[in-house]
Design a protein around this ligand. Structure first.
Ligand code: HEC
Ligand SMILES: [Cu+2]
Length: 323
Protein backbone atom coordinates (compact mmCIF):
# COMPACT_ATOMS: atom_id res chain seq x y z
CA UNK A 1 0.00 0.00 0.00
CA UNK A 2 2.43 2.74 -1.08
CA UNK A 3 1.05 6.13 -0.16
CA UNK A 4 4.01 8.39 -0.71
CA UNK A 5 5.35 10.38 2.21
CA UNK A 6 2.73 10.65 4.89
CA UNK A 7 3.38 12.39 8.15
CA UNK A 8 0.27 11.01 9.77
CA UNK A 9 -1.68 7.81 9.22
CA UNK A 10 -5.17 8.18 7.76
CA UNK A 11 -7.98 9.17 10.06
CA UNK A 12 -10.25 6.17 9.84
CA UNK A 13 -12.23 6.15 13.10
CA UNK A 14 -14.58 8.50 14.90
CA UNK A 15 -12.02 9.45 17.52
CA UNK A 16 -9.06 9.83 15.14
CA UNK A 17 -9.61 13.50 14.41
CA UNK A 18 -10.11 14.35 18.07
CA UNK A 19 -6.85 12.66 19.01
CA UNK A 20 -5.14 14.53 16.18
CA UNK A 21 -6.54 17.92 17.21
CA UNK A 22 -5.14 17.48 20.70
CA UNK A 23 -1.86 16.32 19.22
CA UNK A 24 -1.68 19.33 16.86
CA UNK A 25 -2.45 21.63 19.75
CA UNK A 26 0.44 20.15 21.77
CA UNK A 27 2.76 20.50 18.80
CA UNK A 28 1.65 24.11 18.22
CA UNK A 29 2.25 25.05 21.87
CA UNK A 30 5.64 23.35 21.77
CA UNK A 31 6.66 25.06 18.54
CA UNK A 32 5.50 28.45 19.82
CA UNK A 33 7.57 28.29 23.00
CA UNK A 34 10.59 26.68 21.36
CA UNK A 35 10.58 29.46 18.74
CA UNK A 36 10.13 32.16 21.36
CA UNK A 37 13.10 30.87 23.35
CA UNK A 38 15.29 30.57 20.23
CA UNK A 39 14.42 34.08 19.02
CA UNK A 40 15.12 35.60 22.43
CA UNK A 41 18.41 33.72 22.81
CA UNK A 42 19.52 34.95 19.39
CA UNK A 43 18.36 38.50 20.09
CA UNK A 44 20.22 38.72 23.41
CA UNK A 45 23.28 37.06 21.91
CA UNK A 46 23.54 39.80 19.31
CA UNK A 47 22.52 42.66 21.53
CA UNK A 48 24.89 41.82 24.37
CA UNK A 49 27.78 40.61 22.22
CA UNK A 50 31.30 41.54 23.32
CA UNK A 51 32.11 45.16 22.55
CA UNK A 52 28.54 46.30 22.07
CA UNK A 53 27.83 49.57 23.86
CA UNK A 54 24.87 48.52 26.06
CA UNK A 55 23.86 48.89 29.68
CA UNK A 56 25.26 45.94 31.62
CA UNK A 57 24.57 47.20 35.15
CA UNK A 58 21.76 44.62 35.64
CA UNK A 59 19.95 46.35 38.52
CA UNK A 60 17.72 44.22 40.80
CA UNK A 61 14.09 45.01 40.13
CA UNK A 62 10.68 43.41 40.54
CA UNK A 63 7.52 43.30 38.43
CA UNK A 64 4.44 41.72 39.98
CA UNK A 65 2.62 41.82 36.64
CA UNK A 66 5.37 39.78 35.03
CA UNK A 67 5.37 37.26 37.89
CA UNK A 68 1.62 36.81 37.61
CA UNK A 69 1.73 36.46 33.84
CA UNK A 70 4.43 33.86 33.66
CA UNK A 71 2.76 31.84 36.35
CA UNK A 72 -0.77 32.32 35.07
CA UNK A 73 -0.28 31.62 31.37
CA UNK A 74 1.47 28.24 31.84
CA UNK A 75 -1.12 27.32 34.47
CA UNK A 76 -4.00 28.02 32.10
CA UNK A 77 -2.24 26.19 29.26
CA UNK A 78 -1.51 23.16 31.42
CA UNK A 79 -5.10 23.02 32.66
CA UNK A 80 -6.45 23.25 29.10
CA UNK A 81 -4.21 20.36 28.06
CA UNK A 82 -5.21 18.38 31.15
CA UNK A 83 -8.97 18.90 30.75
CA UNK A 84 -8.92 18.27 27.01
CA UNK A 85 -6.83 15.13 27.48
CA UNK A 86 -9.03 13.86 30.32
CA UNK A 87 -12.26 14.30 28.35
CA UNK A 88 -10.78 12.53 25.35
CA UNK A 89 -9.29 9.77 27.50
CA UNK A 90 -12.67 9.17 29.07
CA UNK A 91 -14.35 8.99 25.66
CA UNK A 92 -11.75 6.50 24.45
CA UNK A 93 -12.17 4.33 27.55
CA UNK A 94 -15.98 4.05 27.49
CA UNK A 95 -17.51 2.15 24.60
CA UNK A 96 -21.12 3.02 25.43
CA UNK A 97 -24.11 0.86 24.69
CA UNK A 98 -24.76 -1.54 21.86
CA UNK A 99 -21.20 -2.17 20.73
CA UNK A 100 -20.43 -5.31 18.81
CA UNK A 101 -18.16 -7.60 20.82
CA UNK A 102 -14.92 -9.08 19.51
CA UNK A 103 -12.57 -11.20 21.60
CA UNK A 104 -8.85 -10.83 21.06
CA UNK A 105 -6.21 -13.26 22.28
CA UNK A 106 -2.60 -12.31 21.73
CA UNK A 107 0.14 -14.93 21.77
CA UNK A 108 3.70 -15.19 20.58
CA UNK A 109 3.39 -14.16 17.78
CA UNK A 110 -0.06 -13.74 16.41
CA UNK A 111 -3.45 -12.19 17.02
CA UNK A 112 -6.40 -14.52 17.39
CA UNK A 113 -9.72 -12.79 16.96
CA UNK A 114 -13.19 -14.13 17.42
CA UNK A 115 -16.54 -12.73 16.35
CA UNK A 116 -19.68 -13.22 18.44
CA UNK A 117 -21.15 -15.45 15.75
CA UNK A 118 -18.19 -17.76 16.22
CA UNK A 119 -16.09 -16.82 13.22
CA UNK A 120 -12.38 -16.95 14.01
CA UNK A 121 -9.57 -15.04 12.39
CA UNK A 122 -5.81 -14.90 12.71
CA UNK A 123 -4.00 -11.59 12.23
CA UNK A 124 -7.01 -10.24 10.38
CA UNK A 125 -10.03 -8.47 11.72
CA UNK A 126 -13.06 -7.81 9.54
CA UNK A 127 -15.47 -5.19 10.83
CA UNK A 128 -18.45 -3.31 9.45
CA UNK A 129 -18.27 0.40 8.70
CA UNK A 130 -19.97 2.77 11.12
CA UNK A 131 -20.56 0.24 13.88
CA UNK A 132 -19.08 0.44 17.33
CA UNK A 133 -16.78 -2.47 18.01
CA UNK A 134 -15.65 -3.36 21.50
CA UNK A 135 -12.56 -5.49 21.89
CA UNK A 136 -12.09 -7.62 24.98
CA UNK A 137 -8.46 -8.63 24.98
CA UNK A 138 -6.16 -10.97 26.81
CA UNK A 139 -2.85 -12.72 26.24
CA UNK A 140 -1.81 -16.35 26.45
CA UNK A 141 1.78 -15.57 27.32
CA UNK A 142 3.54 -12.21 27.61
CA UNK A 143 2.40 -8.60 27.36
CA UNK A 144 1.40 -7.50 23.86
CA UNK A 145 -0.21 -4.28 22.73
CA UNK A 146 -3.03 -3.89 20.22
CA UNK A 147 -2.33 -0.91 18.00
CA UNK A 148 -4.23 0.36 14.96
CA UNK A 149 -2.65 3.69 14.00
CA UNK A 150 -5.40 4.70 11.56
CA UNK A 151 -7.96 4.37 14.36
CA UNK A 152 -5.67 6.05 16.93
CA UNK A 153 -6.20 3.23 19.40
CA UNK A 154 -3.62 1.31 21.35
CA UNK A 155 -3.82 -0.71 24.51
CA UNK A 156 -1.73 -3.30 26.30
CA UNK A 157 -2.93 -6.89 26.13
CA UNK A 158 -2.05 -8.63 29.38
CA UNK A 159 -1.84 -12.27 30.43
CA UNK A 160 -4.28 -13.13 33.21
CA UNK A 161 -6.71 -10.27 32.78
CA UNK A 162 -8.93 -8.47 30.33
CA UNK A 163 -8.43 -5.06 28.86
CA UNK A 164 -10.92 -3.41 26.53
CA UNK A 165 -10.79 -1.01 23.66
CA UNK A 166 -13.39 0.32 21.25
CA UNK A 167 -13.54 2.00 17.89
CA UNK A 168 -15.97 2.90 15.16
CA UNK A 169 -14.49 2.79 11.67
CA UNK A 170 -15.38 5.67 9.36
CA UNK A 171 -13.51 4.59 6.23
CA UNK A 172 -13.64 1.49 4.07
CA UNK A 173 -10.31 -0.16 3.44
CA UNK A 174 -7.48 -2.09 4.99
CA UNK A 175 -5.50 -0.73 7.90
CA UNK A 176 -2.39 -1.84 9.73
CA UNK A 177 -2.59 -3.72 13.00
CA UNK A 178 0.61 -3.84 15.02
CA UNK A 179 1.81 -5.30 18.27
CA UNK A 180 3.28 -2.28 20.01
CA UNK A 181 4.95 -4.01 22.94
CA UNK A 182 8.22 -5.85 22.43
CA UNK A 183 7.18 -9.44 23.06
CA UNK A 184 10.09 -11.61 21.97
CA UNK A 185 11.98 -12.68 18.87
CA UNK A 186 9.00 -12.66 16.53
CA UNK A 187 7.61 -9.33 17.70
CA UNK A 188 8.26 -7.59 14.40
CA UNK A 189 6.24 -10.26 12.62
CA UNK A 190 3.25 -9.87 14.93
CA UNK A 191 1.39 -7.72 12.45
CA UNK A 192 -1.99 -7.94 10.87
CA UNK A 193 -4.70 -5.93 9.23
CA UNK A 194 -8.11 -4.57 9.96
CA UNK A 195 -10.50 -4.76 7.01
CA UNK A 196 -13.42 -2.35 7.15
CA UNK A 197 -16.36 -3.45 4.99
CA UNK A 198 -19.84 -2.15 4.32
CA UNK A 199 -22.35 -3.76 6.71
CA UNK A 200 -23.78 -5.78 3.80
CA UNK A 201 -20.38 -7.12 2.79
CA UNK A 202 -19.61 -7.87 6.41
CA UNK A 203 -22.77 -9.97 6.76
CA UNK A 204 -21.83 -11.81 3.60
CA UNK A 205 -18.31 -12.34 4.85
CA UNK A 206 -19.60 -13.60 8.20
CA UNK A 207 -21.90 -16.16 6.65
CA UNK A 208 -19.31 -17.36 4.15
CA UNK A 209 -16.89 -20.17 4.88
CA UNK A 210 -17.04 -22.85 7.54
CA UNK A 211 -19.97 -23.70 9.75
CA UNK A 212 -18.85 -21.95 12.93
CA UNK A 213 -21.14 -21.95 15.88
CA UNK A 214 -21.75 -18.93 18.07
CA UNK A 215 -19.42 -18.53 21.05
CA UNK A 216 -22.22 -19.03 23.53
CA UNK A 217 -23.11 -22.39 21.98
CA UNK A 218 -19.54 -23.65 22.35
CA UNK A 219 -19.65 -22.19 25.83
CA UNK A 220 -22.79 -24.06 26.72
CA UNK A 221 -21.21 -27.33 25.56
CA UNK A 222 -18.15 -26.66 27.72
CA UNK A 223 -20.44 -25.82 30.61
CA UNK A 224 -22.01 -29.26 30.31
CA UNK A 225 -18.76 -31.11 29.64
CA UNK A 226 -16.94 -29.62 32.65
CA UNK A 227 -19.99 -30.38 34.80
CA UNK A 228 -20.46 -26.75 35.78
CA UNK A 229 -24.14 -27.44 35.28
CA UNK A 230 -24.31 -29.91 38.15
CA UNK A 231 -23.68 -27.14 40.68
CA UNK A 232 -24.95 -24.14 38.73
CA UNK A 233 -28.53 -25.10 38.05
CA UNK A 234 -31.02 -22.62 36.70
CA UNK A 235 -33.55 -23.61 39.35
CA UNK A 236 -31.09 -22.40 42.04
CA UNK A 237 -31.21 -25.80 43.76
CA UNK A 238 -27.57 -26.66 43.02
CA UNK A 239 -24.59 -26.21 45.31
CA UNK A 240 -23.60 -23.05 43.45
CA UNK A 241 -25.53 -19.90 42.62
CA UNK A 242 -27.68 -19.85 39.49
CA UNK A 243 -25.78 -17.99 36.81
CA UNK A 244 -28.86 -16.81 34.94
CA UNK A 245 -28.94 -13.04 34.80
CA UNK A 246 -25.81 -12.66 36.90
CA UNK A 247 -23.70 -10.97 34.22
CA UNK A 248 -23.46 -7.22 34.65
CA UNK A 249 -25.14 -7.25 38.06
CA UNK A 250 -23.59 -6.56 41.41
CA UNK A 251 -22.72 -9.69 43.40
CA UNK A 252 -22.52 -9.67 47.18
CA UNK A 253 -19.48 -11.46 48.55
CA UNK A 254 -18.93 -13.33 51.78
CA UNK A 255 -16.49 -10.62 52.84
CA UNK A 256 -19.36 -8.12 52.73
CA UNK A 257 -18.04 -6.30 49.71
CA UNK A 258 -19.75 -6.23 46.31
CA UNK A 259 -18.34 -6.71 42.85
CA UNK A 260 -19.80 -6.21 39.41
CA UNK A 261 -19.96 -9.52 37.58
CA UNK A 262 -18.04 -8.49 34.49
CA UNK A 263 -15.72 -10.53 32.28
CA UNK A 264 -12.82 -10.28 34.71
CA UNK A 265 -14.93 -11.43 37.66
CA UNK A 266 -16.30 -14.46 35.78
CA UNK A 267 -12.81 -15.32 34.65
CA UNK A 268 -11.46 -15.14 38.18
CA UNK A 269 -14.42 -17.15 39.50
CA UNK A 270 -13.50 -19.97 37.13
CA UNK A 271 -9.74 -19.94 37.67
CA UNK A 272 -9.58 -18.93 41.33
CA UNK A 273 -13.00 -19.66 42.81
CA UNK A 274 -11.80 -18.97 46.35
CA UNK A 275 -10.54 -15.47 45.57
CA UNK A 276 -13.99 -13.89 45.83
CA UNK A 277 -16.59 -16.07 47.48
CA UNK A 278 -20.22 -15.37 46.76
CA UNK A 279 -22.22 -14.70 49.92
CA UNK A 280 -24.36 -17.62 51.04
CA UNK A 281 -22.34 -20.39 49.40
CA UNK A 282 -19.65 -22.78 50.55
CA UNK A 283 -16.20 -22.71 48.97
CA UNK A 284 -16.73 -25.99 47.14
CA UNK A 285 -16.07 -24.91 43.56
CA UNK A 286 -12.89 -26.52 42.20
CA UNK A 287 -10.44 -24.47 40.21
CA UNK A 288 -10.40 -24.97 36.46
CA UNK A 289 -6.89 -23.64 35.98
CA UNK A 290 -5.05 -25.84 33.51
CA UNK A 291 -8.22 -27.35 32.09
CA UNK A 292 -9.19 -24.34 30.05
CA UNK A 293 -7.37 -22.17 27.54
CA UNK A 294 -8.13 -18.49 27.09
CA UNK A 295 -10.52 -19.36 24.30
CA UNK A 296 -12.44 -21.79 26.46
CA UNK A 297 -12.81 -19.17 29.17
CA UNK A 298 -14.08 -16.69 26.58
CA UNK A 299 -16.67 -19.22 25.41
CA UNK A 300 -17.87 -19.81 28.97
CA UNK A 301 -18.13 -16.06 29.52
CA UNK A 302 -20.12 -15.67 26.31
CA UNK A 303 -22.47 -18.40 27.50
CA UNK A 304 -22.93 -16.88 30.96
CA UNK A 305 -23.51 -13.51 29.29
CA UNK A 306 -26.16 -15.01 27.05
CA UNK A 307 -27.98 -16.24 30.16
CA UNK A 308 -28.17 -12.63 31.30
CA UNK A 309 -29.75 -11.62 28.04
CA UNK A 310 -32.81 -13.82 28.50
CA UNK A 311 -35.89 -11.62 28.03
CA UNK A 312 -37.28 -12.39 31.49
CA UNK A 313 -34.25 -10.85 33.23
CA UNK A 314 -34.62 -7.41 34.74
CA UNK A 315 -31.75 -6.02 32.67
CA UNK A 316 -32.75 -3.39 30.09
CA UNK A 317 -33.01 -4.93 26.62
CA UNK A 318 -29.81 -4.60 24.68
CA UNK A 319 -30.16 -3.28 21.15
CA UNK A 320 -30.09 -6.08 18.59
CA UNK A 321 -26.57 -6.69 17.42
CA UNK A 322 -26.06 -7.93 13.92
CA UNK A 323 -24.34 -11.23 14.35
C1 HEC B 1 -18.74 -28.38 42.89
C2 HEC B 1 -19.71 -27.42 42.45
C3 HEC B 1 -19.29 -26.39 41.40
C4 HEC B 1 -18.81 -26.65 40.13
C5 HEC B 1 -18.51 -27.97 39.48
C6 HEC B 1 -18.65 -25.36 39.52
N1 HEC B 1 -18.99 -24.36 40.39
FE1 HEC B 1 -18.98 -22.37 40.02
N2 HEC B 1 -19.47 -21.99 41.94
C7 HEC B 1 -19.77 -22.95 42.89
C8 HEC B 1 -20.04 -22.30 44.17
C9 HEC B 1 -20.41 -22.98 45.47
C10 HEC B 1 -19.91 -20.91 43.94
C11 HEC B 1 -20.10 -19.78 44.96
C12 HEC B 1 -18.90 -19.68 45.86
C13 HEC B 1 -17.72 -19.09 45.13
O1 HEC B 1 -17.77 -17.92 44.77
O2 HEC B 1 -16.75 -19.83 44.90
C14 HEC B 1 -19.54 -20.75 42.52
C15 HEC B 1 -19.35 -19.54 41.89
C16 HEC B 1 -19.22 -19.37 40.52
C17 HEC B 1 -19.26 -18.12 39.85
C18 HEC B 1 -19.50 -16.78 40.48
C19 HEC B 1 -21.01 -16.58 40.46
C20 HEC B 1 -21.55 -15.49 41.32
O3 HEC B 1 -22.79 -15.35 41.33
O4 HEC B 1 -20.78 -14.82 41.96
C21 HEC B 1 -19.10 -18.39 38.51
C22 HEC B 1 -19.09 -17.37 37.37
C23 HEC B 1 -18.95 -19.81 38.38
N3 HEC B 1 -19.02 -20.37 39.61
C24 HEC B 1 -18.75 -20.46 37.16
C25 HEC B 1 -18.52 -21.82 37.07
C26 HEC B 1 -18.16 -22.48 35.83
C27 HEC B 1 -18.02 -21.79 34.48
C28 HEC B 1 -17.97 -23.79 36.14
C29 HEC B 1 -17.51 -24.89 35.19
C30 HEC B 1 -16.28 -24.64 34.48
C31 HEC B 1 -18.24 -23.96 37.54
N4 HEC B 1 -18.57 -22.73 38.07
C32 HEC B 1 -18.19 -25.15 38.20
C33 HEC B 1 -19.80 -24.31 42.70
C34 HEC B 1 -19.39 -24.97 41.55
CU1 LIG C 1 3.27 -9.00 20.65
Amino acid sequence: MPQGLQLFPQQASTIAKHVDWLYFFLIAVTIFFATLVCVLVTFFMIRYRRGAKVDRSNPVNHSTTLELLWTGIPLVLAMVIFAWGAVLFYAIQTPGQGAMEIYVVGKQWMWKLQHPAGKKEINELHVPLGKRVRLTMTSEDVIHSFYVPAFRIKKDVLPGRYTTLWFEATKLGTFHLFCAEYCGLGHSRMIGRVVVMTPGDYEKWLSGGGNEEPLEVSGERLFQRLACATCHREDSKGRGPSLAGVFGTSVRLKSGASVVADESYIRESILEPQAKLTAGFDPVMPTFTGQLGEEGIIQLIAYIKSLARKPDSSAPPTPPTSH
